[in-house]
Design a protein around this ligand. Structure first.
Ligand SMILES: NC(=O)c1ccc[n+]([C@@H]2O[C@H](COP(=O)([O-])OP(=O)(O)OC[C@H]3O[C@@H](n4cnc5c(N)ncnc54)[C@H](O)[C@@H]3O)[C@@H](O)[C@H]2O)c1
Length: 432
């Protein structure tokens, strides 16, 4: 039976390497379409939870995962040898930056090295991790060629970026359009058939993995730079005594040529703050300096400091100093309604608050406690009932569960960095 017929007849076994925010929703999406799915992860926590039918990712439905595991459609292992049975394998391992802000491709290298020793001929491997243009052909393909596979003949490799937006209620893994770039035309053909079978979204083929790799970074850079522009407008509006949110609302009325992006206390998550720097690094190989990306990074990185300065000004007006005020930070996650704290602006905000000897606590309904590497301390979410005790409440994340009317009513002072209190007017409410 050919690989294409196995995929079309749902006889193909699908492997997913890396069962995190991207991999687990993908594994469940594929199993939902009737395929047998095996996941591999180096994390014992992930593997044990999947095999126990216990969900740990916000975008995955608890009951659906439990049912798929119970039916034997989805299982996980820490042992790569299970991939010998897989016909299509998606790789969704982390792609962070190292301490020098350079791409850390060690997870991609480690996972493909393990895979290359544990795959059978006639398998399609698709890298879904966000990475710099060239990764698939420079790192992934050679790992399999070294084991004797001929790409496009007895083995197929493609890159297809994952675009999942955690917490998005409309666009999920299954209905987000997919871009695919195969190493050869045959790799493209098989990948397209596969994604058409497992997703309910259009598949857009491009001519090479590098185009697909770059388009993903372009998407995230577009977002990063536009957020930086909104943040720069905020800094300027503060100086000019203008309300940036009103400016954005007005600009939004233009039906073409403008797209609204919003300021915030800084950018977070595993993607937007990091991915553009994958490109910056690669561009150096071509003697090009990605100035706009670096500048946007600088502006976005200044926002935690901007928030704390604004907080100090608000307290000053009440003849209070940052150093002997009690501050409550609302929201530790980098965006609303999720429990993900990766690169969250709160880390830098608490670092600056600590440096200024400020007394502070935080509340986040999704994050009962966390440890910050920047301050080497552990923090515990406090009860919202304590809100009136604080001199200033700073809204960092606009979780839907926050009742802003109640917050503004009960708090002595509120600094809203997210327009969470939109429509509310009060003397004690300040917008960023
Ligand atoms: N989180 C997002 O919103 C998002 C969206 C689009 C794209 N991406 C990209 O997808 C990729 C994965 O991101 P994520 O958020 O799912 O990360 P994650 O940390 O949530 O999950 C990655 C998983 O890979 C596992 N892993 C690490 N090394 C491994 C190895 N050698 N073998 C097997 N498993 C291994 C980890 O244990 C973890 O469970 C990244 O490149 C990221 O940039 C993420």
């Amino acid at each position: 039976m050919t690989l294409i017929s196995k995929i079309k007849e749902k006889k193909a076994v699908v492997g997913v390497v890396g069962l995190g925010y991207v991999g687990l929703p993908m594994a469940v999406t594929v199993a939902r379409k009737g395929y047998q799915v095996i996941g591999v992860d180096v994390s014992q926590y992930a593997v044990e939870h999947v095999n126990a039918g216990e969900n740990y990712i916000g975008d995955v439905d608890d009951d659906e995962l439990a049912k798929q595991v119970k039916n034997g459609q989805l299982k996980a292992s820490m042992d790569y040898s299970v991939m010998k049975n897989a016909d299509v394998i998606m790789v969704a391992v982390p792609t962070p930056l190292d301490k020098y802000q350079q791409p850390d491709s060690s997870y991609v290298r480690a996972s493909v090295a393990s895979l290359a020793k544990n795959v059978s001929p006639d398998t399609l491997v698709i890298l879904e991790s966000t990475t710099y243009p060239g990764t698939t052909e420079e790192i992934v393909a050679p790992a399999f060629q070294k084991e004797g596979f001929e790409i496009g003949k007895d083995f197929y490799i493609a890159f297809s970026p994952e675009r999942v937006d955690p917490g998005n209620k409309t666009y999920k893994t299954h209905n987000t359009p997919k871009v695919v770039g195969g190493v050869t035309p045959k790799c493209n053909e098989i990948s397209k058939i596969f994604y058409e079978m497992v997703l309910d979204a259009p598949i857009h083929l491009v001519s090479s993995p590098a185009i697909a790799e770059l388009e993903k970074i372009y998407e995230n850079t577009f977002r990063n730079i536009n957020i930086a522009l909104a943040n720069e407008m905020t800094i300027l509006c503060e100086k000019m005594g203008l309300d940036v949110w009103e400016v954005i609302e007005a600009a939004k009325t233009k039906p073409y040529g403008f797209m609204a992006f919003y300021p915030g206390p800084g950018i977070g998550g595993h993607c937007i703050p990091l991915d553009p720097f994958y490109l910056t690094w690669k561009a150096r190989e071509y003697g090009y300096h990605t100035r706009l990306i670096e500048l946007a990074g600088e502006i976005n990185n200044d926002m935690p400091g901007f928030v704390v300065t604004k907080a100090a000004k608000i307290l000053n007006k009440q003849k209070k100093a940052l150093s002997n005020s009690k501050i409550l930070l609302l929201g530790a996650a980098y965006k609303k309604d999720i429990e993900d704290m990766r690169e969250s602006p709160i880390y830098n905000i608490i670092k600056i608050l600590e440096e200024n000897q400020a007394n502070f606590d935080y509340n986040d309904p999704y994050i009962p406690s966390f440890r910050s590497e920047l301050t080497c301390k552990e923090y515990h979410s406090v009860d919202l009932d304590k809100l009136p005790e604080y001199d200033l409440v700073i809204i960092l994340t606009n979780h839907s569960s926050y009742d802003c009317e109640k917050i503004v009513k009960k708090a002595k002072l509120v600094l809203d960095t997210r327009l969470a209190c939109n429509g509310l007017e009060s003397e004690n409410l300040f917008r960023m």
